[in-house]
Ligand binder design. Structure first.
Ligand code: FES
Ligand code: FES
Length: 177
């Protein structure tokens, strides 16, 4: 008899009803079963951060979690950024424009850490950005460009948000005039 367990998990806003082995890692579920291969397998022992995802909004190492622990959770992977038409998310654009990646292996983890940081700290300074990415290893960049990318993403998203609010104010005033 199979010892598989049924779980329901929402991944990137899509609900999945799955049967999983108790020993299956969240990382393997995402990569092998859901084919979300943007979440990278690096050290597979919780050190490098390449497998970083958000579980209920919190930074999580997918290699340190069993898939069954995701039951009832909402997961965001790097595939949640960007759009099907190829439009980049502002975080992705900031990394691209500020040379925040070279080989790209660490990048999905860096992007998800940045996503989480900018939700609680919309305009981080370099020190805050450096602290946020401290658990994510990069073998290529020397980190300077990644820190610049995180700060640039914060600026771009904050400015876009202000422009959106200003536009809403103008429309609101126009509607009342
Ligand atoms: S693969 Fe998970 S921390 Fe390195
Ligand atoms: S860009 Fe190569 S590991 Fe970070």
């Amino acid at each position: 008899m199979s010892d598989k367990q049924r779980i329901t998990v929402t991944v990137n806003d899509q609900e999945h009803d799955l049967l999983v082995e108790p020993r299956t890692l969240a990382l393997d579920l995402l990569r092998d079963e859901l084919r979300l291969t943007g979440t990278h397998a690096g050290c597979e022992q919780g050190v490098c951060g390449a497998c970083t995802i958000l579980v209920d909004g919190k930074i999580t190492r997918a290699c340190l979690m069993f898939a069954v622990q995701l039951d009832g959770c909402s997961v965001e992977t790097v595939e949640s950024l960007g759009s099907p038409d190829g439009t980049m998310h502002p975080i992705q654009r900031a990394f691209s424009e500020n040379h925040g990646l070279q080989c790209g292996f660490c990048t999905p983890g860096m992007l998800m850490v940045t996503q989480e940081l900018l939700r609680r700290e919309p305009r981080p300074d370099a020190e805050t950005a450096r602290a946020a990415i401290a658990g994510n290893h990069c073998r290529c960049t020397g980190y300077q460009h990644i820190v610049a990318s995180v700060c640039a993403a914060g600026r771009a998203m904050s400015e876009a948000e202000h422009q959106h609010v200003d536009r809403q104010d103008v429309e609101h005033q126009g509607a009342r005039a």
